[in-house]
Design a protein around this ligand. Structure first.
Ligand SMILES: *Cc1c(COP(=O)(O)O)cnc(C)c1O
Length: 367
């Protein structure tokens, strides 16, 4: 059985007519940059998240860079984050001129360990950048309490957690800003690159709108150094169609995760932990396997089943960050997890018999 990690073709087929006609309309109107569709999408997504503002940008990475700039994070500032994330998280901090300060992760949730944040705070700490890894929200009450106590900002990396909830709030609606990615494989994926920033602060939203458009505050008048980072009208129109289905799709992901969990119960596989405070949106379904992980990944591949390691090398050990002078042993939990995690196929349209086949092969490898 051939099973990809994510299957965008099945999703497209289910909404083809609606998406095709929306695209055709943009092409007919030829209003390709920041057309009315971008504003409509921004309004709809703000309503969905229950935030006041949302600003579409060119990618999730740009969302992070622009958010840091809008909050005035700059050279000499420190931003606390996790070493167990995609490179874009720290790339953005460096692009803004600031320094990433790593904090180890929690062994159960794989998210930043909120008991270890305080020891990383210095007079230069200006922000914390929690990543809701795989779709599981971080312990936001503790992070918010620290942010209040030490008066620093919270920039949520929501790239993997679209639609996830922490208590009654959606991720991206808790910190000062939330940074989203519409990379095709994310929960809400465009037909190319795209991103967005959510916020409840009007001034921040206004600044973000200037920053994404060359720092232009009035036509051909510039008051800050900006970027060319707008969300394409074509992408916005596709995302607007998909937004109407997103809750259904996330629910299907959650059902698939529950079925995986059920089939893995009673084995030595560690399935995703979800605290009572959180609703996981399962951008990835990631299990933990001690010792045999690589062997099992190989046997899945031999059987036509895709699997992936997010992430095989923690960011503090990456060559690009050698100036931070970290070494093996600095973040033991993250270093342990990089050897044990394995993400299995996960998408809304994944079928029961496919999950059964995946689990069968994993369990065979455990013998
Ligand atoms: C995908 C991702 C990003 C970057 O998003 P792009 O749209 O690809 O630029 C940032 N952070 C995390 C955790 C991601 O998974």
């Amino acid at each position: 059985m051939k099973i990809p990690l994510t299957d965008l073709k099945r999703q497209y087929q289910s909404i083809k007519k609606e998406v095709d006609s929306a695209i055709r309309q943009v092409i007919t109107n030829t209003n390709f940059i920041l057309g009315k569709e971008v504003e409509e999408f921004e309004n709809e997504i703000a309503r969905y998240l229950n935030v006041k503002f949302s600003v579409g940008v060119a990618s999730g990475t740009d969302a992070l860079v622009l958010a840091l700039k809008a909050l005035d994070i700059k050279e000499g500032d420190e931003v606390i984050t996790t070493p167990f994330t995609f490179i874009a998280t720290t790339e953005a901090i460096v692009r803004a001129g600031a320094k990433p300060v790593f904090c180890d992760i929690d062994e159960k949730t794989y998210n930043i360990d909120t008991d270890k944040i305080e020891e990383k705070i210095t007079p230069n700490t200006k922000a914390i950048l929690p990543v809701h890894l795989y779709g599981l929200p971080c312990e936001m009450d503790k992070i918010s309490a620290l942010a209040r106590k030490y008066s620093f900002r919270i920039i949520e990396d929501v790239a993997q957690s679209f639609g996830a909830k922490y208590k009654s709030k959606k991720t991206g609606a808790i910190g000062d800003v939330g940074c989203f990615s519409f990379f095709p494989a994310k929960n809400l994926g465009a037909f190319g690159d795209g991103g967005m920033i959510s916020t409840n602060d009007g001034q921040t939203a206004e600044k973000l709108k200037f920053l994404r458009n060359h720092g232009q505050t009035k036509q051909y008048h510039y008051t800050m150094h900006g970027f060319n980072s707008r969300l394409d009208t074509l992408e916005a129109t596709i995302l607007k169609v998909k937004l109407h289905y997103i809750d259904k799709w996330i629910n299907m992901r959650q059902k698939n995760a529950a079925y995986y969990n059920k089939l893995f119960s009673g084995t030595n596989i560690i399935t995703p932990f979800v605290p009572n405070s959180a609703e996981h949106s399962f951008n990835y379904y990631t299990i933990r396997i001690k010792e045999k992980r690589d062997k099992i990944m190989d046997s899945l591949k031999e059987n036509g089943i895709a699997a992936a390691i997010y992430y095989p090398l923690c960011l503090h050990l990456q060559e690009v960050h050698k100036d931070l002078r970290h070494k093996l042993g600095d973040f033991p939990v993250a270093e342990k997890l990089q050897k044990e995690v394995l993400s299995l196929p996960m998408y809304p349209e994944l079928e029961k018999k496919e999950i059964e086949e995946i689990v069968r092969i994993v369990n065979l490898g455990m013998k």
